[in-house]
Design a protein around this ligand. Structure first.
Ligand code: SAH
Length: 224
């Protein structure tokens, strides 16, 4: 019937528009500072909803979600460890492990979220055992964000980073920049073609100078 045909056409056009908005917001998140990202979502809460819908769809194309790897890792370690999840999204980590998990994001997708910019989280210095960035190293001020993770981590504490493989220009340069920020490399899991899972241990305070090797490419999605 013509009515249902035009409804289907309209639905398809709406999908396309949402896809375009997702790609645009995603690009903004990877090319602005974390403060600008906070401002974007504060001024346009709908942008956050569109972003998250698009993000979940992208992940569904992957054979494995890195957040599940991090959950398995945490389950192998004592439940007494305190965790901070930077850019927690829907808080899957907090709802899947027995540990105390502090969840930080720009907008609350769940009541467990503390709304803040990850460059400035409301935690005391050296108060957490494990800090997690799962597909969340988005701002251009990566150094500031990772210095904040260093501040809240206890000495010897664990930093887990899961990031899209294509974002790394040079993994070795990234790892040595991390050393400058007080994070010693513990293990690199390169088994997925989609993402890298890097484990670090806090070895000390950051050295106060630029760490250019920290740079990551933005993760831009193609139109499909
Ligand atoms: N870690 C989750 C979500 C990843 S999507 C998972 O793996 O499923 C990236 C998340 O980082 C988004 O929820 C986004 O809102 C958040 N984010 C991006 N910049 C942020 C910032 N400056 N402060 C806090 N959260 C941020």
């Amino acid at each position: 019937a013509p009515g249902s045909r035009s409804a289907a056409l309209r639905a398809r056009m709406e999908e396309r528009l949402l896809g375009a908005r997702f790609r645009y917001i995603n690009q903004q998140l990877y090319t602005s500072s974390s403060r600008e990202a906070a401002q974007l979502f504060r001024s346009d809460p709908e942008a956050f909803e569109i972003y998250h819908r698009g993000f979940s769809r992208q992940l569904q194309r992957w054979p494995e979600n890195p957040v599940d790897r991090i959950i398995r890792y945490l389950r192998r370690r004592p439940a007494s460890l305190v965790v901070a999840d930077f850019g927690c999204g829907d808080c899957k980590i907090a709802t899947s492990v027995r540990n105390k998990v502090h969840c930080f994001d720009l907008v609350p997708l769940s009541p467990l979220v503390t709304v803040c910019d990850m460059a400035e989280v409301p935690l005391a210095a050296e108060s957490v055992d494990v800090a997690v960035f799962c597909l969340a190293l988005m701002g251009t001020n990566l150094q500031e964000i990772l210095e904040e993770a260093n501040r809240v981590l206890k000495l010897g504490g664990t930093l887990m980073v899961a990031e899209v493989a294509s974002r790394f220009e040079d993994v070795r340069a990234f790892v040595s920049a991390m050393a400058q920020l007080g994070f010693k490399s513990v293990s690199k899991d390169l088994s997925s073609p989609f993402f890298l899972l890097l484990e670090f241990a806090k070895s000390g305070s950051p050295r106060p100078r630029p760490a250019p090797g920290l740079r990551l490419r933005p993760c831009l999605y193609k139109r499909r």
